[in-house]
Design a protein around this ligand. Structure first.
Ligand code: GDP
Ligand code: MG
Length: 415
């Protein structure tokens, strides 16, 4: 484990909606979720960055002092450093530095699941690394281990520049090929799955805690059936016996560096696959309304803002005055107040998921064999039939099916 000093440099020219301490806190949570042992943290102010060290040389010497006092092994900057700044800083500090982009990439690497997601993150990591391999010295020695050395799927990033360049062009080619095939694989995945419910929200809103609490509060589905699910998805059974898949996701991050957006989106593929999104909010956070809007903006970017969203007003156990909840329940539609920690109201959240799924309809075309009149009856009972044609060996039906029936009849979908 690395012993880290966290450094947040605030520029006077920046007009952020968050206070310096809030930005520093978010960075701390990001570092914690990457498994870093935080020994000390500082916030410093500057008018504008300098090309050599971002801050003044004196500040770097001050940081060096702190590092020696606390046996720091890594300095993490909550800012983006140019390769030159980073090299210069490491020359003085004589220990490893990590900047904001690198830390975020590390977290993405831990969350990337689909082949495409993994490739996209590896590509971003290599493109980040390449201009930093120009010099020799400490930057190269970081390949010893720890943050900044891990590719998705636990491979070590390659050291050699030529090999990195080859790998980058290979990844780009493969990503292009994958993209062309993506639509067909998507369709296939959907046919084999259950209705899916995916958590979204700001970093440290409590998504993972809520995910685990809901999995714990429901009847789990025998894992054997779902051996292909990745570690961050679980099949559970709702009280009406409906099986669904719950998925956790990487948190949204304020001020995501623009060049990381592709890699970020790739870690969020399951959002586009989801039938319902659960937007987890931390209601103990004073900036909850701003964060809510930031997340909705990102959902819009991902073109998923029209999916059904249930808002989980999490961490109500931390509210001193629950009167705020009345306001939040008006401000945030389709919301329910919960505590992932004390497990309060988890049953209500599960019920909302159940009801929402029952209400959802999908327009599908089906081809049912003549010997399955039971299925035709099921469609008559549950759905609005728009068109039905009896053929020689099958019945073709166009209908608005409840989404749960669609999953039941996935083998008969004809498009
Ligand atoms: P994520 O980044 O959205 O996955 O957030 P986590 O699930 O990792 O939670 C971030 C922090 O908030 C952890 O320290 C949790 O223990 C804490 N947390 C999550 N839910 C609750 C809650 O309902 N009440 C309280 N008091 N803390 C919570
Ligand atoms: Mg999490």
């Amino acid at each position: 484990m690395e012993n880290a000093l966290l450094v947040t440099i605030v520029l006077d020219t920046e007009n952020s909606i968050f206070k310096p301490e809030e930005e520093a806190l978010e960075f701390k949570l990001l570092a914690t979720s990457a498994g870093v042992n935080i020994k000390a943290e500082i916030i410093c102010h500057r008018h504008k960055p300098t090309p050599n060290y971002y801050v003044g040389e004196g500040k770097i010497l001050e940081i060096k002092n702190i590092c020696q006092q606390h046996s720091i092994t890594t300095v993490m900057f909550n800012n983006d450093l140019t390769p030159t700044q980073q090299r210069n800083i490491e020359e003085i500090l004589e220990i490893k530095t990590i900047d904001r982009t690198q830390l975020i990439l590390e977290i993405f690497a831990r969350h990337a699941r689909t082949p495409e997601g993994k490739m996209q993150v590896e590509l971003a990591q290599l493109e980040y690394l390449l201009p930093r391999l120009l010099g020799k010295g400490i930057i190269l020695s970081r390949l010893g281990g720890g943050i900044g050395t891990r590719g998705p799927g636990e491979q070590k990033l390659e050291v050699d520049r030529r090999r990195i360049k080859e790998r980058i062009s290979r990844l780009k080619q493969d990503l292009n090929k994958l993209r062309k095939r993506r639509d067909t694989t998507r369709k296939k995945r959907k046919e084999f799955s259950l209705p899916s419910v995916t958590f979204v929200g700001y970093t440290s809103a409590g998504k993972s805690t809520l995910f685990n609490a809901l999995v714990g509060a429901s009847q789990p589905v025998s894992n054997l059936l779902f051996t292909t699910l990745d570690p961050l998805s679980r099949a559970i059974i709702l009280s009406n016996n409906q099986k669904i898949i719950l998925s956790d996701t990487v948190g949204f991050i304020y001020n995501l560096p623009p060049h990381l957006i592709e890699a970020f989106k790739a870690t969020l593929e399951e959002i586009t696959e989801a039938d319902i999104l659960i937007h987890v909010l931390d209601v103990s956070d004073l900036k909850v309304e701003q964060r809510y809007r930031i997340v909705l903006d990102i959902l819009k970017d991902l073109a998923v803002e029209n999916k059904p969203i249930i808002t989980a007003l999490n961490k109500i156990d931390l509210l001193k005055d629950r009167g705020w909840l009345n306001k939040y329940k008006i401000d945030f539609p389709d919301s329910v107040e919960v505590s992932a920690l004390t497990k309060e109201n988890l049953n209500i959240l599960l019920e909302m998921i159940e009801k929402r799924l029952q209400k959802m309809l999908t327009l599908v075309k089906l081809k049912i064999p003549l010997n399955r009149m039971d299925l035709v009856n099921l469609i008559y009972e549950t759905s609005q039939i728009l068109d039905i044609k009896y053929g020689q060996d099958s019945i073709k039906i166009k209908a608005n099916l409840p989404i749960v029936t669609t999953y039941q009849l996935k083998g008969y979908i004809n498009d």
